[in-house]
Design a protein around this ligand. Structure first.
Ligand SMILES: Cc1cc2nc3c(=O)[nH]c(=O)nc-3n(C[C@H](O)[C@H](O)[C@H](O)COP(=O)(O)OP(=O)(O)OC[C@H]3O[C@@H](n4cnc5c(N)ncnc54)[C@H](O)[C@@H]3O)c2cc1C
Length: 433
């Protein structure tokens, strides 16, 4: 029997894969619903319309997710759309979907464009990422793309993702990103194909939960694990909301700082090991529900540093608005370091700031077009991997017998996304069976 702490996509996929291999599981989830970061929110003020708390796309190249959907009978529910991407630069919007549009981006000279195209081709040719892990991303990009393209294309993307401080980010980050996104392109590269489930990842989450229960696994909601119990260097149980549960094998799927808080003093050495690499960026993300579409893009990247949010993700350019009550959804994310002023602002301040800038970008956006606003905040979203830190990544097995850690910080050099999370969960299950 394995006890899995956390009913997010990672914990549920792992539970399902363990059961497939014949290992019984129990899943403990502190929230009253499953899905974690991939969960849903209900807009009571709009008659109970339900939508994703955050934006989550599936890419056409996501083989593990597609395989899971097939196994769980959801494959026919998957829609596929050729989505568009844009850049908001110097108060203007530029389409950047096709390679041609990319190469026409005004701030770039012909030489910059050639070097940019070369960067993409060069990345696809790199199979061994280990050397990239030692290189700071900016120096590596300047070598490949040149200074102007780095300043106008790569720097804004990096600034957005790492809340301004990317001096310690290794080259693997952009390499992984380019390999993943160019995989989703049609032959010839002219279109980006993205996929969706009409009710978001929640459909996968619900199907996994049903399959877990059908195979004899248990899922307990509203169950906060307070501590893992250890005696003689062996897991002996769990404290769940103060109640003692006997157990000999526990997998923590929560983010590392949360997992560390569940360790008793007897695991001080494990705590120190996990603490060697446990930095995460958080996010504040405003969902604005509109009565009309705002842009033709799924993603509009914002390169203007004055605008606090780093992109506009209009998910209803992928998921048909009819699946969310006929409304149009835009998400305005800002990744935040713990000391960011945006992490400290209250909802009213954030709303005023973000909507003020949105109106500045789109002066024709009227108050009456905005049907609802929701602010999401998460302290631990993006695990940070500084240059040359691969050896510090916590391992699945710890020095305590029966105690395991399996979370997104161990997914490297791939980026953290639904595909990499599910494929990692499957790998861990195979190792633990
Ligand atoms: C704004 C945003 C956009 C994103 N966009 C994409 C995207 O487009 N595509 C994509 O694939 N991915 C995307 N991601 C990433 C994706 O959401 C995560 O990689 C994934 O959801 C992580 O799943 P997880 O199970 O590891 O963690 P989580 O979802 O965080 O699950 C951990 C679970 O553990 C539970 N838990 C915590 N402490 C305890 C405790 N003490 N006891 C019991 N339970 C506990 C939590 O309640 C939670 O349910 C995005 C994330 C965000 C925030």
């Amino acid at each position: 029997m394995i006890d899995i702490i956390g009913g997010g996509i990672l914990g549920l996929t792992m539970a399902y894969e363990l059961l497939k291999g014949g290992t019984p599981v129990r899943v403990w989830e502190r929230s009253t619903s499953l899905g974690g970061l991939m969960g849903r929110t209900t807009l009571d003020e709009l008659g109970g319309v339900s939508c994703d708390r955050y934006y989550h796309a599936i890419l056409s190249s996501d083989r593990t997710i597609m395989g899971l959907l097939e196994e769980l009978g959801l494959r026919s529910r998957v829609g596929m759309v050729a989505t568009k991407m844009g850049f908001y630069h110097a108060a203007q919007t530029y389409p950047m979907t096709t390679p041609l549009e990319f190469l026409r981006f005004p701030p770039l000279s012909m030489l910059d464009r050639i070097r940019l195209a070369y960067t993409i081709l060069a990345c696809r040719g790199i199979k061994d990422w280990r050397a990239l892990e030692q290189l700071p991303v900016t120096a590596w990009l300047e070598g490949l793309s040149g200074k102007t393209a780095t300043r106008n294309i790569w720097t804004p993307l990096l600034r957005a993702k790492f809340d301004g401080d990317f001096s310690q980010v290794p080259a693997t980050y952009i390499w992984s990103r380019l390999v993943r996104t160019t995989d989703t392109r049609t032959k010839g590269g002219s279109q980006e194909m993205m996929c969706y489930l009409p009710n978001g990842y929640q459909e996968l989450v619900d199907a996994l939960a049903a399959a877990i229960c059908a195979r004899g696994g248990t899922i307990t909601l509203g169950a906060t694990v307070d501590q893992v119990r250890i005696a003689d260097r062996q897991v002996v149980g769990l404290s769940v909301d103060g109640q003692e549960i006997a157990s000999t094998r526990v997998v923590l799927t929560t983010q590392t700082p949360i997992a560390r808080r569940l360790l008793p003093p007897a695991a001080v050495d494990v705590d120190a090991q996990w603490g060697q690499l446990d930095g995460y960026l958080g996010i504040v993300c405003m969902l604005v529900v509109l009565r009309h579409s705002l842009t033709p893009y799924y993603t509009l990247n914002i390169t203007d540093e004055r605008i606090p949010f780093t992109g506009i993700i209009e998910t209803t350019n992928l998921i048909d608005p009819s699946h969310v009550g006929g409304f149009h959804l835009i998400y305005l994310p800002k990744y935040v370091a713990p000391n960011s002023p945006y992490a400290q602002m209250d909802d009213a301040q954030l709303k005023e700031k973000f909507l003020g800038y949105l109106r500045q970008m789109f002066p024709k956006l009227h108050e009456g077009t905005i049907a609802a606003v929701r602010i999401g905040r998460e302290r631990y979203v993006e695990p940070l991997h500084p240059v040359g830190a691969t050896d510090l990544i916590p391992t699945l097995r710890s020095a305590i017998s029966g105690l395991y850690l399996a979370n997104t910080s161990q997914i490297y050099p791939q980026l953290t996304n639904g595909e990499s999370v599910c494929s990692f969960a499957r790998q861990v299950a195979i190792e633990l069976r």
